[in-house]
Structures are given as C-alpha cells and as structure tokens.
Design a protein around this ligand. Structure first.
Ligand code: IMP
Ligand code: MG
Length: 187
C-alpha cells in the first residue's frame, strides 16, 4: 500500500474514503468489463457529463481496448451540497448518436434525477444501445428507480470531493475521494 497523504490542500477535507490505488484498480476492472461487453461494437461513444466525470472518463478510456469516441454534455442540478431535482442542460453533445452504442458516464449518482432525465432524453435520439456508468453511487439516496450498468463504488450518504467531484467547484483535483467536513466548509 502506498502511504496515504496526511495533509490536504483544502481545509474542509474530512478523511480519505477511497484511495488512489483503489481507484486505479477499479477503473481498470471497469475498462476490462466494457472491453468485453462491446466486442461487437463498431460505434462506441463515451458520453460524459461535465464537469465531474472528466477525470474518470480520461482514465477509463485508457483501459478500454476498443475503438471509441468521446463526447460531453454539461448539465446542472445542484447548488452547494443539495440536489434541486431540476436538471438543466447547459450544453448538449455534438455527436449524432443515432445508431451508436452510448455509455453515459457520470461522476456520482445521488437522487438519480440527473441520470434518469438524461437517459430518457438520449433514448429519444435513438442510439443502438444505451448504458449507464457511474464512478460512485449513493444507493441509499435514490429517489427514482434507475439502473446503473457499470458502477465504480457504492458509498454511504457522505458529501465527497476529489477525482473530478467538487463542492462549489473546489476539490476536483484531488486524486482520491475524500469526505467533506461541512463544519469546516465556507462557501
Ligand atoms: P443526482 O441528480 O441527485 O443523482 O445528482 C447527481 C449530481 O450531483 C452528480 O453528477 C454530482 O455533480 C452531484 N453530486 C451529488 N452528490 C455529490 C457529492 O457527494 N459530491 C459532489 N457532487 C455530488
Ligand atoms: Mg455532475
């Protein structure tokens, strides 16, 4: 095991929940699963939700041994640490996904509203197939019934940052997943 960092670049970090090493191992496994499941696919698109999925998608794509392309959508549903339930599309993907095998990639599923809403919208655009891949899943917090086909880790109801995830845009650069100590957090 690599030594864990003892000092953090943000004052509001609680503790490390998932280490860099654990992330690397799990992302490799997900890449292998996707490689295996898409052997017959000639048009595979990784469609990431900005900005939280960026670190995950760039690591994951290196572990997929298939031809693929990448695109992004930008959506927002959150302010601070609370889900609003209302999902707004700030910028749409560029690829015409009709006939494509699409994997929708997000950083974390909380209430599930984001994935639920975007999934419905993408299905209307008639991809050949559509699956969902989330790096983290707060299973106990789902408010809608959604299926996650590829999940990195399930976590309890902590607010977390790192590996692309933020609190008010802070914390994305941490290479591990850490809990936020909300008492030490100042917006
Ligand atoms: P949902 O629509 O409630 O499932 O929320 C999903 C979105 O909320 C994710 O894409 C994240 O951007 C954000 N989110 C939810 N929980 C966390 C968290 O613990 N840390 C950082 N962002 C979070
Ligand atoms: Mg997000």
């Amino acid at each position: 095991m690599k030594p864990q960092p003892t000092t953090f670049p943000y004052p509001f970090i609680g503790r490390i929940i998932i280490s860099q090493e654990e992330i690397e191992e799990r992302v490799s496994q997900l890449g292998e699963l996707i490689t295996r499941d898409y052997q017959d696919s000639q048009r595979l698109l990784l469609l990431g939700l900005l900005r939280g999925s960026v670190m995950f998608i760039t690591d994951l794509m290196r572990k997929i041994q298939r031809p693929l392309t990448m695109d992004f959508m930008s959506v927002s549903s959150y302010s601070g640490s609370e889900s609003s339930g209302f999902v707004r599309i700030d910028s749409d993907h560029k690829t015409n996904i009709h006939g494509w095998d699409v994997i929708l990639i997000d950083d974390i599923v909380d209430s599930g509203y984001t994935i639920h809403t975007i999934r419905k919208l993408l299905l209307d655009r008639r991809p050949r197939s559509l699956r969902v891949c989330a790096f983290l899943d707060k299973v106990d917090k789902h408010k809608v019934d959604i299926a996650i086909d590829y999940c990195g880790f399930t976590i309890p109801d902590y607010f977390v940052v790192g590996y692309g995830l933020d609190i008010d845009e802070k914390g994305r650069n941490l290479p591990y997943i850490a809990s936020v100590d909300l008492e030490k957090y100042q917006a």
